[in-house]
Design a protein around this ligand. Sequence first.
Ligand SMILES: C[S@@+](CC[C@H](N)C(=O)[O-])C[C@H]1O[C@@H](n2cnc3c(N)ncnc32)[C@H](O)[C@@H]1O
Length: 215
Amino acid sequence: MTLTMEDIIVEPPAEGVVIDPMDWFDSPGPFEIEIGCGKGGFLLSRARANLHLRILGIEWANKYFRYAADRMARWKLINVRVMRTDAGYFFIHHLPPACVSTLHLYHPDPWPKKRHHKRRLVRPDFVEAAVRAFVPGGRWLIQSDHEEYFGIIRSLLDRRPELTGTAWEETGAEAQADWVGTNFEVKYAREGRTIYRVAYVAHQPEQSHNGQDTC
Ligand SMILES: C[S@@+](CC[C@H](N)C(=O)[O-])C[C@H]1O[C@@H](n2cnc3c(N)ncnc32)[C@H](O)[C@@H]1O
């Protein structure tokens, strides 16, 4: 089976629709999301090395989104989908509970000016939606080069009873042979910038169902 770029692209759901991500794939498997996949460097390596996974890359910038989708099609990957949307809105309005096994968030835009902080992705309503989206034992891997934003992200996540911080290494992420680093990670590491990393494990026992199905 080969997928075209158009097959790889999934449209953002219509207003009010909660989707089942497994509908996009031909076979089951743990479902992962990378937010802000950019040109898809990490997405590609992750999907190629883990064919048992289903992975959605979410990217807002049209140019990068199309680049990433084209790249996945050229590599003939069938376990990846790419969506152009605002990840925050998607999590809050369209993602069912208990479906994400790993959430990758690498170098989210820091919006360093104070008057732009409201544009940041990681805010309490997004965190609420992300926590709801994890399967028990789900992992949230976060990496940033921006100390202040990273500190805020940590303080928001540390106060969630459903999340337990764990050492990055313990998640196995770096130990995995497929860990190649994201574009920004490679660039900033070359410049000698500090890169901050944290990992959380989600452990909510039962989801409170508010009429939405899990996937
Ligand atoms: C600093 S870049 C990092 C790209 C990649 N994760 C990396 O580490 O190389 C942030 C990316 O996230 C995308 N982005 C920012 N906010 C977003 C949002 N709310 N939803 C989806 N993508 C977003 C940007 O367009 C950009 O491609």
